[in-house]
Write a protein that binds this ligand. Structure first.
Ligand code: ADP
Ligand code: MG
Length: 313
């Protein structure tokens, strides 16, 4: 392709909300054979919402939610946002379905009712640990609790398995070394996801999903997207390893992601594509930015490259 063709393609991309950072990235995209998708915020809408709250002690539901929110309010994780939002609604209205516009901003309403918290520590791929009212609270997945010596009773395990089989994430909560409850969070799949996976397949491109979330939830979400190849319970650094494993036989690999967690993988990929409404770090690291945050633009990007660099016979 001539420099003019590259310039034209970059312009066409921009008009469609596909920002391409340079001619090299544009050229590499034609050869993509594998697209590795992040789950949360990439294949899913990032509209995580609490669907289940189950307390396994005699603690009151409101008390439980206040306790969990007092810890999660310091976390940036999408699960934390969903839980805080739910707890806030519960606290003020005892009706989590009340519309946000009725009760002001999150920041306004996240002060004044939470408990004293200190020693907050986020544990990537696991959850968080801190002290609330001078006792330790653990909020996160099984691994977090097990590593901290908390046993998970069978009835709790059964409840979490049931959530996961329904594509939800079970957030476990232990307080003072005792498992006190579970919060179920659902994040719906983007409507275009299965269409894009099928479209890519027809173009000879295979889709893979990678996530830090557990295997059962991951498989359920992947099924909804029509993705067979899943890598779950992957720690942030592990996402880049997954990319490299697909590059081994010389294949061109794209990574599509939105999170801080995804930036090492976006950098490792031959073509990194960031979701436009994702985090700044992901956007800075990527070769492509999909401004409309629609997965259809993964196809647009590959198409554009193929058309620009197709040899005229
Ligand atoms: P993902 O790739 O799905 O964004 P992460 O690596 O961010 O995954 O997190 C992996 C898992 O760790 C989550 O699915 C969740 O179970 C747990 N986790 C992480 N942060 C939190 C948090 N702030 N609150 C509750 N659970 C968390
Ligand atoms: Mg994500």
């Amino acid at each position: 392709a001539t420099p003019t063709a590259v310039m034209v393609a970059t312009g066409v991309g921009a008009n469609n909300g596909v920002l391409i950072k340079g001619g090299d990235a544009l050229e590499r995209a034609q050869k993509i054979r594998f697209v590795i998708f992040d789950k949360t915020g990439t294949l899913t809408q990032s509209k995580a919402a609490v669907t289940n709250v189950k307390v396994f002690t005699d603690m009151d539901r409101g008390e439980f939610l206040t306790l969990v929110a007092s810890a999660e309010v310091y976390s940036e994780h999408p699960l934390a946002k969903a839980i805080c939002n739910y707890a806030r609604h519960y606290h003020f209205f005892e009706d989590p379905t009340v519309d946000d516009s009725q009760i002001g901003t999150v920041d306004e309403k996240m002060t004044g009712w939470l408990l004293d918290t200190d020693d907050f520590c986020a544990i990537p791929g696991r959850g968080l640990v801190c002290n609330v009212n001078e006792k330790q609270i653990l909020v996160g997945n099984r691994a977090l609790l097990v590593e901290n010596g908390v046993t998970i009773p069978t009835d709790v395990e059964d409840f979490v398995v049931d959530l996961e089989e329904n594509a939800k994430t079970g957030v476990l909560v232990a307080y003072d070394s005792e498992l006190i409850g579970v919060v179920g969070v659902a994040d719906p799949v983007k409507r275009e996801a299965p269409i894009v996976v099928e479209g890519l397949f027809k173009m000879g491109v295979r889709s893979i999903m990678v996530t830090g979330d557990n295997w059962r939830t991951a498989r359920a979400i992947a099924d909804e997207c029509g993705i067979q190849d899943v890598r779950a319970e992957v720690m942030p650094a592990g996402k880049a390893e997954v990319i490299r494993s697909f590059q081994k036989n010389g294949s061109t690999v794209a990574m599509v992601g939105d999170g801080i967690n995804d930036s090492p993988a976006l950098a490792a990929a031959d073509v990194g594509m960031a979701i436009g409404c994702g985090t700044d770090i992901a956007i800075e690291t990527a070769d492509y930015v999909l401004m409309r945050s629609s997965l259809e633009d993964v196809i647009t990007a590959i198409d554009l490259s193929r058309k620009t660099f197709a040899r005229i016979r």
